[in-house]
Design a protein around this ligand. Structure first.
Ligand code: B12
Length: 220
């Protein structure tokens, strides 16, 4: 079976809230030698985006949103060990603290960032979801982090990213960390407005920014 067919199956399984089909398609992706991240980004993700759009237009409701997340997760569970196998780093690339900001319980995207950072050698402290600004600060200081990642999926929780940055500034520790923001509604303009160091549209982009930052930090 061709890659495009498998990607279509993954997408359709999410839209159809069909966990069995999603798991089967994820296994097919592995058997076909497809890059696991491609299966996530080009198969599963377009599926949840369609469900999200339908939700927005009141064409489906919260149970479908929850269902799509479960199906997504089940397929990622199959793909995750394949991503982990790609891990190449034998040394620690750096220390990252990451979480979804206060008021926001979306975790799928953040979890992918965590997974990719780990496979690229980062020591990652995942603070989970609905994380208050003070927890980000505490963890960054305790773990002596290099990078702090803030995920937000709601327009209403994007200001909580700013709250974290403001708190770091107030406490005089802003310059010690690279503060990176992400999540579907977040943009480069927003990152600039709130004074974040970096914005990444995808998990992959975020990890590559993190690695570039660490290589500069080590050489300077
Ligand atoms: C699944 C889902 C849920 C699930 C979440 C399950 C879970 N455990 O995560 C549940 C059902 C719980 C949920 C709840 C709600 N949701 Co919802 N949800 C979604 C949906 C369909 C998919 C999100 C997702 O997982 N995408 C897949 C991942 C892989 O993509 P991602 O998160 O964008 O992450 C990628 C990048 O953004 C990036 N990234 C993410 N974080 C970070 C962080 C850093 C540091 C970096 C570098 C990169 C990065 O990397 C990832 C991979 O490349 C979206 C639709 C959409 N188009 O996004 C709506 C959506 C986000 N939800 C929405 C809404 C309104 C809600 C609710 C308010 C609904 C309600 N009435 O209760 C609640 C809010 C609950 C809360 N307080 O948080 C709206 C938000 C609108 C807005 N912009 O404000 C959306 C857009 C749907 C819509 N079109 O209306 N939701």
């Amino acid at each position: 079976m061709g890659e495009s067919e498998i990607l279509a199956k993954l997408k359709q399984a999410v839209i159809g809230l069909d966990q069995e089909a999603a798991v089967a398609a994820a296994k097919e992706a592995i058997t076909a030698g497809m890059a696991p991240l491609k299966a996530i980004e080009e198969g599963l993700q377009p599926g949840v985006e369609i469900i999200g759009d339908k939700f927005d237009k009141l064409e489906c409701f919260l149970p479908e949103l929850i269902g799509s997340a479960k199906v997504f997760r089940a397929a990622v569970d199959v793909l995750e060990p394949e991503i982990a196998k790609l891990g190449v780093a034998k040394h620690t690339s750096g220390i990252a603290v990451i979480g979804t900001v206060k008021g926001d319980i979306h975790k799928i995207g953040k979890d992918i960032v965590v997974l990719l950072l780990k496979t690229r050698g980062f020591e990652v402290h995942d603070l989970g979801e609905d994380v208050p600004a003070s927890e980000f600060l505490k963890a960054a200081e305790n773990f002596n982090a290099d990078i702090v990642g803030l995920s937000a999926l709601l327009n209403t929780t994007m200001p909580a990213q700013q709250d974290v940055i403001n708190l770091f500034k107030e406490q005089g520790v802003r310059e010690k960390y690279k503060l990176m923001v992400g999540g579907a509604p977040v943009t480069q303009e927003w990152a600039d407005e709130i004074g974040a160091d970096a914005y990444a549209k995808t998990a992959e982009e975020g990890v590559s920014i993190a690695l570039t930052y660490m290589s500069k930090k080590i050489t300077t």
